[in-house]
Design a protein around this ligand. Structure first.
Ligand SMILES: [Zn+2]
Ligand SMILES: [Zn+2]
Length: 384
């Protein structure tokens, strides 16, 4: 059992070297869940850094940069960490794979192998006791943020990512997972400082851009991504009857650039697209598709026709069920059987109601035309 100072020292080293595990990673993973506050200090600083806005203020450029960096890096979380490293839904070259891992690193969601290991584990044990972030097993708060602070969830289980740990450059980025985020933070600060010197009209500076482009944008990115762990297993509709409680949600698809179609994804993980049908907005897929036209990535995997047909059948069955439920609740309004005859009756009544006025019009014309007609004369002659 390590002494307290040893434990503190180990944790401080782990801030920079995530694979430093003197007690062994397996032993740590076997522990019970508990928040490791010391280990989480960088994560807490990330959130507290947002308060820097009190001192730096805002500018349209800085706010715009925060929004742009949110969506660009969301594309890296979903298109790289999720759809490439976790599920290998497309192929790429080794240099491009490294570049994609660097892009993933800017999201400050730890290393690509750690991310992929946890995500694969989630798919294996979705909403079961072993699922590290199921809202049904551990509650909403734990699934959203708690699990990432737990000591046992920090080490990477390399045995779950054997296809990735044969690349030393990826293992390096995974082990020293603070390198890319720190470089990214410095770059954002440096850009702000440069703009202050060379484009004063933008009214921004290094500290302001650091607060907006790094702290606020990254914190929002964390919570946006976390909504898939928490909300996407609670909110939305279930097209496929998967064994977990994953759901499809348009709102979550917007904030996560397509990951909101989580029930689709749990039904078929290997496809590059999560929005299975054209109306299911999946910006990440559109971006990956566009990237494939450059030849930098290839072999995007499609959704099998059988899974699409299953989805169409499920949608059809659900609409029939919904119509049946609506009829049971409001039989006087809901049924087409009643609406169609009513509409037909209204139409017939309208046509019939139109006849008298038409006849009247005809009568008037005839009276007018017939003023000097033989019939009129005959009528006149027959009069007294
Ligand atoms: Zn899930
Ligand atoms: Zn997945």
């Amino acid at each position: 059992m390590p002494s307290r100072p040893q434990r503190i020292l180990s944790t401080l080293i782990q801030w920079f070297d995530a694979d430093y595990q003197p007690a062994g990673a397996d032993a740590v993973r076997a522990e019970a869940d508990r928040v490791d506050w010391l280990r989480c200090i960088p994560f807490i600083i990330l959130h507290l850094g947002c308060l820097g806005v009190i001192w730096t203020g805002a500018s349209p450029f800085a706010v715009g940069a925060a929004v742009a960096l949110y969506f660009l890096r969301m594309a890296a979380v979903t298109g790289v960490y999720h759809r490439y490293f976790s599920h290998k839904t497309y192929s790429t070259s080794r240099p491009m794979q490294f570049f994609l891992a660097l892009c993933g690193g800017t999201t400050v969601q730890r290393g690509p192998l750690w991310w992929a290991y946890h995500h694969r584990h989630h798919h294996q044990h979705s909403d079961q006791p072993d699922d590290a972030h199921s809202p049904h097993v551990h509650g909403f708060l734990w699934s959203h943020i708690g699990w990432i602070t737990s000591r046992r969830n920090f080490p990477t289980d390399y045995s779950k990512v054997r296809d990735l740990d044969r690349f030393p450059e990826l293992v390096f980025l995974n082990r020293f997972d603070a390198v890319v985020p720190l470089a990214f933070a410095f770059a954002v600060f440096g850009l702000g400082a440069l703009l202050k010197a060379h484009a004063p009209g933008l009214h921004t500076d290094g500290w302001q851009l650091l607060v907006w482009g790094f702290f606020i944008s990254t914190t929002a990115l964390f919570h946006g991504t976390s909504c898939i762990n928490s909300m996407a297993h609670l909110m939305g509709r279930r097209r496929y009857r998967t064994e977990d409680d994953s759901r499809n949600s348009f709102i979550l698809a917007v904030i996560t650039l397509g990951e909101g179609w989580h029930n689709n994804h749990h039904r078929y993980q290997s496809s590059t697209r999560n929005g299975f049908f054209w109306w299911e907005l999946d910006i990440t897929y559109y971006l990956l598709r566009a990237l494939s036209w450059t030849g930098l990535i290839w072999g995007l995997k499609a959704v099998p026709a059988s899974v699409l047909a299953e989805g169409e059948r499920a949608d059809h069955d659900e609409s029939v069920e919904a119509a049946t439920r609506a009829h049971a609740a409001h039989p006087e309004y809901s049924s087409l059987k009643r609406i169609v005859p009513t509409a037909a009756a209204i139409a017939v009544a309208t046509v019939n109601a139109a006849q008298p006025s038409m006849e009247r019009r005809v009568d008037l014309q005839e009276i007018h035309r017939g003023a000097g007609s033989p019939a009129q004369g005959a009528q006149n002659g027959a009069g007294p």
